[in-house]
Design a binder for this molecule. Structure first.
Ligand code: 0RA
Length: 630
């Protein structure tokens, strides 16, 4: 056979191997939207992190190139380039065979579930161009691919003193459309990875536009993560960090109590955020409750057979729990819930023993914690009384709807929508504009109560929150019942200015803390009102972003008159309907649990009690606040 023919045969084989990935990308990377698009980066990154976990890699660089391709470089061992038993180069096998990484048995902690671990070959299959460069044993090798198929042999191109792997790829527009990489989205995840892998240096650079660059590097690991999360809170102890290997499982956690009314709990398994929790989280909570009960009892803080609840010990606590599990089973809707039953006991025992020792050895911190927990317990009792009082007045359980709500006439929740509208004036326009049959309007006045600063019984007394609870019909937090939800689309509609973005963050936080299942079920949305009205002669078009405006002004609408909408109130009802509320033409952004989590985090830092950090944060992250507008 002639060499060309041989190569063609091989190409066909490769295509056959990766064809399923191109046919059903969602099965391999979750979806082909924003999340899947960025997952490509994390998939390559996972390999570099594996090298770090194995002790071979100290530096990782991620660069978003001008052409919206991305380069990921590490100083690990480099993908092996020698001959594989299949007769092909090992590099080519890793890049073109699904799950080949596992066949090299390089992973200490195999990720068997979730979306992670499908391998770089899946990224290769979904890239219109991928170039890999290996520095290994003093030599530099390169190979290129298109849509997973090699376009060259592995080539030795020179000598090198460096070591490691550089993967540069451009996601295939046939699959991902014209999406581009979102700096802040990557930033969030890279920062998290740097916290989870103490000492590892991760650089992120954007070669487009402004050319941002940042390095994430935390010698203190998850202990520093907790300090970061609590930056704006008033701390009542120094952070406590503990790590232990139990059999093949590695348990690591950091905790710190603050005087906040809310818990903040982040859990990870093999560097994957377990949004839905799982057996490790259950084990942790059980141990925490037991250790605190024992301590309070032996210290004489609790009389008779009184016990404190899990909720009381969690109030004000910030936790980062990170596990390394050999064969994790991920379950749940988003495959982010740990299912391994043996883990619960392992975590429970480890956390209980270490907390017990900590409490014994740090009497002044322990006293402060005990008092905080007692305070939480008393506040909860007060809240219960307040709730009972409200119940008796039958506000929450009656069928009385709040006065400000303009309800829709169709009572079928699957067809009903609730618009939460900022301000009475926009509320008025929305009431005139709406489709009465399916769209209900609840205007919210002023700033909704700051749930970060308020204890539960104050939150309950707040008029805006009460109206929302009544309109939703579900009750909230511990009494939440999703089957009573009156609308399956809840749309947050706020102005496109700083105040609007603030109120939106606040509402997202409120839903995240009190009505989380509404987000999990995909019922919460953000309306996308236009930023500009562009008028030329009789033609009126709307622009929803600065980019869109510029496009319009360069094209057909050259020389047009521009009006910037500062608030929803500036639109008349017809315009509001056409641009933002008409189901036929509007765009709604569905809120994901990650969005809400990010809002919650941002909110904690923005609204936490301490003023200094808040000012610093606003100055540093003004761009991200804006990013919530998207
Ligand atoms: C297969 C085997 C080994 C390392 C890798 C793959 C590897 C893959 C990637 C992808 C990005 N960076 C990477 N670094 C390493 C083990 C190498 C050995 O045993 O020497």
């Amino acid at each position: 056979m002639a060499p060309e023919e041989e190569y063609t045969a091989e190409q066909i084989q490769v295509l056959e191997g990766l064809e399923p990935v191109r046919k059903r990308p969602a099965m391999y990377i979750g979806d082909v939207g924003k999340r899947g698009f960025h997952h490509l980066v994390f998939e390559v990154l996972d390999n570099a992190i594996d090298e770090a976990l194995a002790g071979y890699c100290t530096d990782i660089g991620v660069v978003i190139n001008k052409d919206d391709s991305i380069s990921i470089a590490d100083n690990g061992r480099g993908i092996p380039t020698g001959m594989h038993k299949s007769g092909k180069s090992a590099l080519e096998v890793v890049m073109t065979v699904l799950h080949a990484g596992g066949k090299f048995e390089k992973k200490a902690y195999q990720v068997s579930g979730g979306l992670h671990g499908v391998g770089v070959s899946a990224v290769n299959a979904l890239s219109e161009q991928l170039d890999v460069e290996i520095h290994r044993d003093g030599k530099t090798y390169v190979q290129s691919y298109k849509r997973g198929a090699p376009t060259s042999e592995v080539k030795l191109v020179g000598e090198t003193k460096k070591r490691g792997t550089i993967v540069r790829f451009k996601p295939d527009h046939e699959i991902f459309g014209d999406q581009t990489f979102d700096y802040n989205y990557l930033r969030e995840h890279l920062m998290e990875l740097a916290y989870l892998n103490a000492g590892l240096k991760i650089l992120l650079k954007d070669e487009r536009g402004k050319g941002q660059v940042e390095t994430f590097h935390y010698e203190g690991g998850i202990k520093e993560f907790v300090e970061y999360l609590n930056k704006a809170r008033t701390k009542i102890q120094k952070p406590f960090y503990y790590k232990k290997k139990v059999g093949s499982t590695e348990v690591e956690y950091a905790v710190q109590y603050t005087d906040s009314y809310n818990e903040l709990m982040y859990s990870f398994v093999n560097d994957i955020k377990t949004i839905e929790g799982g057996t490790h989280v259950t084990g942790f909570k059980t141990a925490l409750t037991r250790a605190m009960n024992e301590y309070l009892k032996s210290g004489g803080y609790l009389k008779g057979d009184r016990r404190i609840s899990g909720n009381d010990v969690l109030e004000g606590l910030t936790v980062v729990l990170s596990l390394k599990v050999q064969e994790p089973q991920f379950e749940g809707q988003t495959k982010t819930k740990l299912g391994n039953s043996e883990i619960k006991g392992q975590v429970d025992r480890t956390v209980f023993e270490s907390l017990k020792t900590f409490l014994e050895e740090n009497p002044s911190d322990s006293r402060a914690i005990a008092n905080k927990i007692l305070k939480s317990m008393h506040a909860r009792e007060a809240a219960q009384k307040a709730k009972d009082l409200i119940r008796r007045k039958s506000v929450f359980e009656s069928s009385i709807l709040p006065g400000k709500l303009a309800d829709c006439t169709d009572s079928d929740p699957t067809k009903a929508e609730l618009y939460l509208v900022e301000g009475d004036s926009a509320g008025g326009s929305a009431k005139q504009a709406r489709d009465r049959k399916h769209q209900a309007i609840l205007p919210l006045r002023g700033k909704i109560l700051n749930v970060e600063k308020a204890p539960l019984h104050r939150a309950l007394a707040n008029e805006e929150i009460k109206s929302m609870v009544l309109a939703l019909g579900t009750g909230f937090r511990d009494d939440f019942n999703i089957s009573k939800l009156r609308y399956h689309k809840i749309v947050v509609m706020t102005d496109a200015d700083v105040d609007g973005s603030h109120i939106r963050t606040l509402l997202l936080t409120l839903f995240y803390r009190y009505f989380r299942p509404i987000i999990e079920q995909g019922y919460l949305y953000i309306a996308q009102p236009p930023l500009y009205k562009v008028k030329k002669g009789k033609t009126i078009v709307y622009a929803y972003s600065d980019d869109e405006l510029n496009m319009l002004l360069k094209g057909e609408m050259k020389g047009a008159e521009i009006q910037r909408y500062k608030g929803l109130g500036e639109m008349n009802p017809d315009q509001l309907w056409d641009t933002t509320m008409d189901p036929e033409t509007r765009t709604l952004k569905q809120v994901t649990i990650e969005d809400a989590m990010a809002a919650d985090e941002l909110f904690t830092i923005l609204m936490g009690v301490e003023v200094g950090p808040r000012r610093d944060f606003i100055q540093k992250h003004a761009a991200e606040v804006k990013n919530l507008d998207v």
